[in-house]
Design a protein. Sequence first.
Length: 213
Amino acid sequence: MQTSQRLDQQQATENRRRELLEAADRVVLRDGPEASMNAIAAEAGITKPILYRHFGDKSGLYRALAKRHTDALLDTLRTALDSRTARRDRVEATLDAYLAAIEARPQVYRFLMHPTEDADAEKDFDTRRYSAPLLRRLGEELAKIIAERLDLGPNSEELARVWGHGIVGMMHGAGDWWLAERPCERAQLVAHLADLLWGRLAAAGDIPGGPGF
């Protein structure tokens, strides 16, 4: 009986946490980097101390939102990479999936990647402390996908990690610039970035029996 009660309580806590994250998402979609704990608590219909009880502070809430959105982005990238098309098409689809994600929810992207400039915001919170681990996670996950699919010869694991982090850095840097300035259409940026990547990717062989790239 006690075990059942603990499981019910744990499920209720998880459900409440998910509801609070959804409320936080709505505020972030509206306010971007200026989203505050006060605004999120008001959106959820609770007091700020209750929000702290679930997440600790803004950095705890940020990490939970970052995981939520990074998980969704990785699923989207894997879907693009696993499509049954030519390798060049999959490269372009993967680049486009990333750019489409930040274009569709620019305020979420800015909240995750850029510190607030609001003088009244939480003084001890700087997004830059937390966005770097997010990018590292994306780099490591992409490295695993590359290692599973491509035969890169000697030092394959090392090279896959270099490529994974390098591609994520390129997508982040180019995407950040593109989202701010919109110098060209998304499709054009995708083609340019794919051209930059294509040389060694075109020459690499698939791992025998692997899922391919």
